[in-house]
Design a protein around this ligand. Structure first.
Ligand SMILES: Cc1cc2nc3c(=O)[nH]c(=O)nc-3n(C[C@H](O)[C@H](O)[C@H](O)COP(=O)(O)OP(=O)(O)OC[C@H]3O[C@@H](n4cnc5c(N)ncnc54)[C@H](O)[C@@H]3O)c2cc1C
Length: 370
């Protein structure tokens, strides 16, 4: 029997597995499809919340810890597997941001040096950007990771660990507390797995799976659509953010454009409307993209939660059933910290941050979904 059984193989489940294996635990992971193919694959990989000062302290605390941990995580995976997750510390240029005074106060309080740029400075950094912007704010410390590669590298690393077991096409449906304290799960295919502890890292599906057990775990899917261009020459140096939409430069010159926010339940298809909207945004920011073909379009389901604060902790009423889900728009940036906190809670170690704000029993600031 495994020490810990993880439900869901996105960035959260995979990193929780890594953390536990490093502590000597025996880990089994159940995935309803193939690992690393859902939101964690679909995301943009920006290693920061989009407008960081608009988030609550619990999100900022995890983001800060994780941002500091990212370079080492990526270097470690690259060294172990030869598959580079391509962390690109390219900086982020925020064009005409809202609430600039609030932003500056937030950055000052956290010792972050921002550049308040005039149009000429923007043009110098990004010569292919449209010249219509009155100014921008330069966030030099923000980068992006090529998330599909991060997942591949992480999975390869895990599969080489003798105490790791992966079962694909196993959709968990039911949980049972055993008299011994262990938890067993039943999957759609009729298989039963047991472990001393179970951690549900099921992303957008976590609410559907856990709400019958604990009404407070409110996680709902929020669809996001994206495009990618593979321009014939390099057109962008930094992440560019304007009116909530962004362009992300990959190290090979590709540009990812995102994203939509849609409440469409579990429908994950891409739409023509979103494509038109994203093309208009991308070519509005970088006019030369109008001469480039869209290489691909896709959609993913974000695990939406009130205020984007993930649920990390014990499922109410259960001793050995835990949850780590609801990272909404920030699961890639928050993942290293969320996974470490989950490890701390499962193994009874000193937590890296105060765990109370993430506990499923702690009321969120309001029920608003971001
Ligand atoms: C378009 C878009 C852009 C984004 N951009 C960014 C960004 O730039 N930066 C950032 O930090 N975040 C971003 N995000 C958010 C981020 O991708 C998510 O918050 C994060 O990937 C969530 O990770 P997860 O592991 O919880 O979920 P997922 O990656 O969805 O993984 C959950 C896994 O659980 C499995 N599962 C579900 N139910 C069951 C079950 N019953 N049994 C077994 N397995 C199950 C699923 O199949 C899936 O593989 C973006 C998301 C989208 C969609």
């Amino acid at each position: 029997m495994a020490d810990v059984l993880i439900v869901g193989g996105g960035i959260i489940g995979l990193l929780v597995a890594k953390e536990l294996l490093e502590q000597g635990a025996k880990v089994t992971l159940l995935e309803q499809g193939q690992p690393g193919q859902e939101a964690s694959w679909a995301g943009g990989g920006i290693v920061s919340p989009l407008y960081p000062w608009t988030y609550s302290e619990p999100v900022t605390a995890l983001a800060s810890w994780a941002q500091a941990a990212y370079p080492q995580l990526v270097a470690e995976l690259n060294a172990a597997t030869g598959l580079d997750p391509e962390l690109n510390l390219c900086g982020l240029l925020m064009l005409e941001p809202p609430n600039q005074a609030e932003m500056e106060a937030w950055a000052r309080a956290r010792g972050k040096n921002l550049g308040l740029w005039a149009p000429e400075q923007i043009q110098q950094r990004e010569p292919d950007l449209a010249t219509t912007f009155s100014g921008g704010v330069w966030w030099p410390h923000i980068g992006n990771v090529r998330n599909p590669r991060l997942l591949q590298s992480l999975l390869l690393h895990l599969q080489r660990q003798p105490e790791f077991e992966l079962h694909c096409q196993e959709q968990v449906e039911e949980f049972t507390a055993q008299p011994s304290g262990a938890v067993s799960v039943l999957t759609l295919s009729g298989n039963r797995f047991s472990a001393a502890q179970v951690a549900v890292c099921a992303g957008a599906w976590a609410g559907r799976l856990l709400q019958p057990l604990a009404a407070s775990i409110q996680v709902q899917p929020v669809r996001g659509q994206m495009l990618v261009y593979a321009p014939r020459r390099k057109l962008l140096n930094s992440i560019v953010l304007h009116n909530g939409r962004y362009l992300i430069p990959r190290l090979d010159g590709r540009i990812v454009a995102g994203s939509t926010l849609e409440h469409t339940e579990f429908h994950k298809s891409s739409t023509r409307e979103a494509r038109q909207e994203l093309v208009a945004m991308a070519t509005g920011l970088v006019p030369a993209l109008a001469k480039e073909a869209v290489e691909a379009q896709w959609a993913g389901l974000r695990p939406g939660s009130p205020h984007g604060i993930p649920f990390i902790g014990r499922v109410p009423g259960w001793d050995n059933l835990f949850v780590n889900a609801g990272h909404y728009r920030n699961g890639l940036v928050l993942a290293p910290a969320s996974a470490r906190l989950m490890r701390d809670l499962l193994l009874g170690q000193e937590p890296i941050v105060d765990p109370v704000p993430y506990d499923p029993l702690t009321p969120r600031p309001s029920a608003d979904m971001f």
